[in-house]
Design a protein around this ligand. Structure first.
Ligand code: MEV
Length: 440
């Protein structure tokens, strides 16, 4: 095996040495990888160090646009929402939907619940009744042993809510689970929950080996929170009389437009191929705010998609109802986020995002994020059922195409004038530029 491209002790090298090895080993001489990576370092070394320390083997910073979508009226309060996203039309679509619904009473939200789950899996080789009959006493011990960890969280109104023993032996021999429920207030709570769980594991092991060693043997498999936070959920909805729903210009009357919109949402409830794209549109908005506020988008995504599959089939996270001439569009999803801890203060732009939002509580941020997802979904379905998505999308993408073709400011102006209301495509833009260059 060729080991020339592998290395021992990489993490021990300095940042410069790491860059040098990566550039020498993997990049051709025509690519000045070292210069590119260093170009995106921050000028201030101490600020750069903050970013370097977020992760291991950091070489550079990877930029994404940080934008805002103004005019979000959520539960009677106006917000300008920070969004981190690279897709051209997402912020424009969110802003447009926000403005549209601000004129119709805004977006309404409700926090359904804020509990989170953690699990300790373990084996008990012995009589099941010994385990279960003594679990109440073991539970007391677990609570006592975690008091130091839970002290601050309890003062803030959170902590451990429940600890249950679950018997999984009908599926795997000798397998049991401790299922614990937590309230973590304004923090996402991953570190808090995992620390409690690891203490539970240790205390459980000690309790049964001290008091019931003669009746069985307990061995811990693992302790970790669950990112399936179906008990930490928010609902966001918009509603208005069908007569006020102007989404199709003069092409369809309001009732027909509302019915067409509803059918598009219903399709995503019955067809997984459509549901994934539909929900992807929702996550365009959700991930952008989750990222901007320094939250964990992988956890939010994994959980959202699992929740979308809770019936046994992957379905849309939103639904649309039309009754008594009222149009109602609703999003219901789990969102475990935090407004303290993690990166929320450490990342300067995440911290700024939270300032921009008025330093919301975790509950308020759940509402803001769900409202953004709903607005994004509304904008997508409105485009899909009226003009089609490409018109708006390609218009926003035009600047990327011009940058790719190295268009000068003059060429840029010329293309924008020429293309005005026509459909934008890469080949059309290239053709216009080539023609312009030939004529120059
Ligand atoms: C594109 O990023 C998102 C959409 O495909 C969502 C949808 O189809 O609903 C437009």
């Amino acid at each position: 095996m060729n080991t020339a491209k592998s290395i021992k002790g990489f993490s021990k090298l300095s940042k410069e040495e790491k860059i040098d090895w990566v550039a020498r080993t993997f990049l051709s001489e025509s690519v000045d990888g070292t210069a590119i990576m260093k170009k995106y370092w921050l000028d201030d070394d101490s600020e750069q160090k903050i970013f370097d320390d977020f992760s291991e083997n950091t070489l550079s910073n990877f930029h994404l646009p940080f934008g805002v979508a103004p005019n979000f009226l959520i539960d009677g309060k106006y917000y300008t929402i920070p969004m981190v996203i690279e897709e051209s039309s997402v912020v424009a679509a969110a802003s447009s939907a926000a403005k549209y619904w601000a004129q119709r009473g805004g977006i309404h939200t409700e926090i359904v619940a804020t509990n989170k789950i953690g699990q300790v899996h373990f084996r008990w080789e012995g009589e099941s009744t010994v385990l279960s009959d003594n679990f109440a006493a073991a539970r007391q011990q677990l609570i006592a042993d975690t008091q130091e960890i839970t002290h601050n969280m309890s003062r803030r109104g959170g902590g451990i809510l429940e600890i249950d023993l679950i018997d999984l032996t009908d599926q795997v021999d000798n397998l049991y689970q401790i299922k614990a429920t937590f309230e973590t207030c304004d923090s996402m709570g991953a570190n808090f929950i995992n620390t409690c769980l690891e203490q539970f594991a240790e205390s459980l092991q000690t309790y049964y080996s001290t008091h019931h060693a003669d009746s069985g043997r307990l061995s811990i498999i693992m302790s970790i929170l669950s990112n399936y936070t179906d008990q930490c959920r928010v609902r966001a909805w918009v509603e208005c009389p069908v007569a006020d729903l102007e989404i199709a210009g003069d092409t369809l009357d309001h009732r027909e437009a509302a019915a067409k919109f509803k059918t598009a949402v219903d399709i995503a409830r019955i067809d997984p191929y459509r549901a994934v794209t539909h929900n992807k549109g929702i996550f365009n908005g959700i991930d952008a705010v989750v990222l901007a506020t320094g939250n964990d988008f992988r956890a939010i995504e994994a959980c959202g998609h699992a929740y979308a599959s809770r019936s046994g089939q992957y379905r849309s996270l939103s639904k649309c109802e039309i009754g008594d001439d009222i149009f109602r569009f609703e999003l219901d999803l789990p969102l475990a986020i935090g407004t303290v801890g993690g990166l929320t203060k450490l990342h300067p732009l995440a911290n700024l995002s939270l300032d921009l939002l008025g330093r919301p509580s975790a509950r308020e941020l759940m509402s803001i994020i769900a409202a953004t997802g709903l607005a994004q979904n509304f904008a997508a379905i409105r485009s899909l059922t009226t003009t089609g998505i490409q018109k708006g999308h390609m218009k926003m993408h035009l600047q990327n195409i011009l940058n790719q073709l190295n268009a000068s400011a003059e060429e840029n102006r010329h293309v924008c004038n020429q293309i005005s209301d026509q459909h934008v495509s890469y080949s059309k833009v290239r053709q216009i530029i080539e023609h312009y260059r030939e004529m120059a």
